[in-house]
Design a binder for this molecule. Structure first.
Ligand code: PRP
Ligand code: ZN
Length: 297
């Protein structure tokens, strides 16, 4: 019996949500002593817990079948090792969002020539942990720079005098601010994805993969969906259907002893307070919004 091996980040910004997602797909694991390999109990999917930067290589080398990793890292390794190809993003996962940005030192006085446009980086030194991706994206814009490759603490390179600008991941912007750097331009937007290699896999593994992908789809859709129940005057049905985001055919039930109706629907998009207020304004009452635990289309 074939088993799928999935690589996830051992510790870091993606680890918790990666594991949570797989557990919601019904996967349970037995942890090994070294805690790096987790054996799948009821479903033939095992986990390998590694550094996120290693995940694309593990896929390219055929050590793992699947991996959850940021698109930025997948792109970087593909460009560096494989001419920009070799991995497929099977599903974007909607977490781990960040951006790869070019940042420059804040000018300390007006007389200093401050960099305000990307073009001004021509011929200058850019420090980054993403050399291939940065070079590729800047080249596409017709800018050639001298890439200074660093494996960490990229943000201190300008103040150390080893680079004129940096190309680094930004999520909240705290790191840039703390180092007196200003975000000049976003060059790549990234989120976590489920990646697989483009190599052929056995029929058995392919079937297992399809089953896992279908569950994953259900989990992701369920977490974005809400079950809505409300009462309304019958004549407001069309208006209410319009107001419920992502709903085309709600269930409609008569209410015993009343000329109002009950409307039930699954909303595939986020429901904000504004939506509920708009529903109330067209006559809805007793509005209930419930989470959806599982979904299988
Ligand atoms: C990134 C990046 C910055 C920080 C930015 O590192 O290199 O240091 O996050 O985040 P902020 O805008 O919220 O301050 P990361 O945590 O991905 O570490 P890693 O590169 O070692 O994986
Ligand atoms: Zn990392």
């Amino acid at each position: 019996m074939s088993r799928l091996r999935v690589a996830i980040q051992k510790s870091g910004r993606l680890s918790e949500q990666s594991l949570e997602l797989l557990k919601k797909c019904g996967l349970q694991f037995m942890r090994s002593k070294d805690k790096l390999f987790w054996y799948g109990k009821d479903f033939p999917v095992d986990l390998l817990l590694v550094r996120d930067d290693d995940i694309p290589r593990l896929l390219l080398d055929g050590v793992c079948d699947l991996g959850i990793v940021g698109e930025n890292i997948a792109q970087e390794v593909m460009l560096e090792r494989n001419g920009g190809s070799g991995l497929n993003c099977l599903r974007k996962l909607g977490f781990g969002n960040c951006r790869l940005s070019i940042a420059v030192p804040e000018a300390t006085n007006a007389a200093q020539g401050e960099i305000t446009r990307l073009e001004q980086l021509e011929g200058l030194r850019v420090a980054t942990s993403y050399p291939a991706l940065t070079r590729e994206l800047l080249n596409k814009k017709g800018i050639s720079t001298r890439i200074v490759e660093l494996s960490g603490s990229v943000e201190i390179a300008p103040s150390l005098g080893t680079a004129d600008a940096i190309s680094d991941l930004v999520s909240t912007g705290t790191t840039l601010r703390a180092n007196h750097l200003r975000e000049l331009e976003i060059i790549f937007e990234s989120e976590a994805g489920l990646f697989g290699s483009q190599a052929e896999v056995s029929e058995e593994k392919q079937q297992l993969l399809q089953l896992l992908l279908a569950r994953l789809e259900g989990v992701i859709q369920a977490s974005a969906s809400k079950y809505v129940m409300l009462h309304a005057p019958r004549e407001a049905l069309a208006r209410i259907t319009e107001l419920l985001p992502g709903v085309e055919h709600p269930s409609v039930m008569p209410l015993e002893g009343s000329d109002r109706i009950a409307i039930h629907a699954v909303c595939g998009e986020t429901l904000f307070w504004e939506h509920l207020e708009a529903l109330k304004a067209v006559g809805a009452s007793a509005i209930l919004v419930l989470p959806v635990e599982k979904m299988l289309a």
